[in-house]
Ligand binder design. Structure first.
Ligand code: NCD
Length: 359
């Protein structure tokens, strides 16, 4: 009850856009999670709310996406809103030479939410500067700006963890993989720090270490080879999150081979395999079995070499990326609903809430 009352009081607190997870407080996270919990019930087959009727979302992805784009679209539809067809360079006027900035300004005239993904750091923030100088209704959601941040992924990651442990305090996070370019790792690190007694240990693949700006006292970094021993030495009562990520090849392609992008995919895959084979970079069933009982393995997906299909599709209760994906829908419904100022309407969806909503 308390959290619902708080949810109505806090709402979206007037954030103009959603750019960094760091712009949000713990209280706001909890509001989003409580909202997601309510909306989860309404995200199933055949269900549709009408809370966002008349609102329009435009996906503007200058980089590929499977989960983020689809789940935002699905969230909008589940909330009763509409979506415009996703931006594509080849079918928009960008094909005629229109700039990205003009494309964003154009889309902002027709949609309430622009969900933008772009390969450059801070690009999405820079797009908001264009909008904020004009009168328009559009709010921008950062769906990943290069190697920088992916705030809504962190919200769904934290929500998943909360669903599993019923707390986000006193957790140990083991970040495994590409900590340098992995934007989901960056947003998760910033988000996890809003909670009490967070401990973060990085296990980067090779030199793909967490950027300096994200290293705080709660962070330590070990060699990837030390992961099995570190896990064995964990307090058996600790609540542990292993956050595995793929290597962001596209962000370092030029460093690997000057024409990496143009190589045949079988050659690309061989190069990748050779690089990965230098490191013991796989979360195996055996490794997971050696973790404390309260351990979960999360992955933002897509997965690479770090987790094989057998483990991924096993019904091992510690492996939660599929649930994590599913929570992406209700978390994004919550983001859109709160962003549109529908917190009161959402709170009344909750049974037994009439006493609060009449206040
Ligand atoms: C991630 C991304 O785009 O940063 N994907 C996602 O949105 N779930 C992770 C990745 O591409 O590795």
């Amino acid at each position: 009850m308390n959290i619902l009352l708080k949810m109505v009081q806090i709402g979206w607190r007037g954030h103009r856009h959603l750019l960094s997870i760091d712009d949000f407080s713990r209280e706001e996270f909890e509001t989003i999670f409580a909202t997601a919990d309510i909306l989860h019930t309404y995200s199933g087959e055949g269900k549709q709310l009408d809370l966002l009727k008349g609102f329009i979302l435009k996906p503007v992805f200058f980089e590929p996406s499977s989960r983020t784009q689809n789940s935002f679209e699905a969230a909008m539809l589940a909330m009763g809103g509409s979506t415009l067809s996703p931006h594509s360079n080849s079918t928009s006027s960008m094909e005629k030479g229109e700039t990205q900035a003009d494309t964003i300004i154009t889309n902002a005239q027709y949609a309430d939410f622009l969900v933008i993904r772009h390969p450059q750091k801070n690009s999405v923030r820079n797009f908001t500067k264009l909008l904020d100088g004009q009168t328009n209704r559009a709010k921008i959601i950062n769906a990943g700006d290069g190697p920088n941040e992916h705030p809504t992924q962190a919200l769904m990651d934290l929500h998943t963890i909360f669903k599993k442990f019923n707390t986000l305090d006193n957790l140990t996070f083991l970040l495994v993989g590409d900590l340098k370019y992995g934007r989901t790792v960056h947003s998760l690190t910033l988000g996890a720090r809003k909670f009490n007694n967070t401990k973060i240990v990085g296990f980067p693949v090779g030199n793909l270490k967490l950027p300096n700006a994200l290293r705080k006292n709660d962070y330590s970094e070990l060699d990837l080879g030390q992961l099995p021993k570190f896990i064995k030495d964990l307090n058996p009562n600790s609540k542990t999150v292993i956050y595995a990520t793929r290597i962001q090849w596209e962000r370092m392609a030029k460093k690997i081979h000057k024409d990496f992008d143009k190589l045949d995919s079988s050659i690309k895959n061989q190069i990748k395999r050779e690089i990965v084979s230098q490191f013991n970079y796989k979360i195996s069933k055996e490794l997971l079995d050696s973790t404390p009982s309260q351990t979960i393995l999360l992955h933002p997906l897509p997965k690479g070499e770090e987790i094989n299909d057998e483990l991924f599709y096993s019904n091992n209760p510690k492996v939660v990326p599929i649930e994590q994906m599913r929570y992406g829908l209700s978390v994004r419904m919550a983001i859109l609903g709160l962003f549109a100022g529908k917190e009161k309407e959402i709170s009344t969806l909750y049974n037994g809430l009439s006493d609060i909503s009449s206040n």
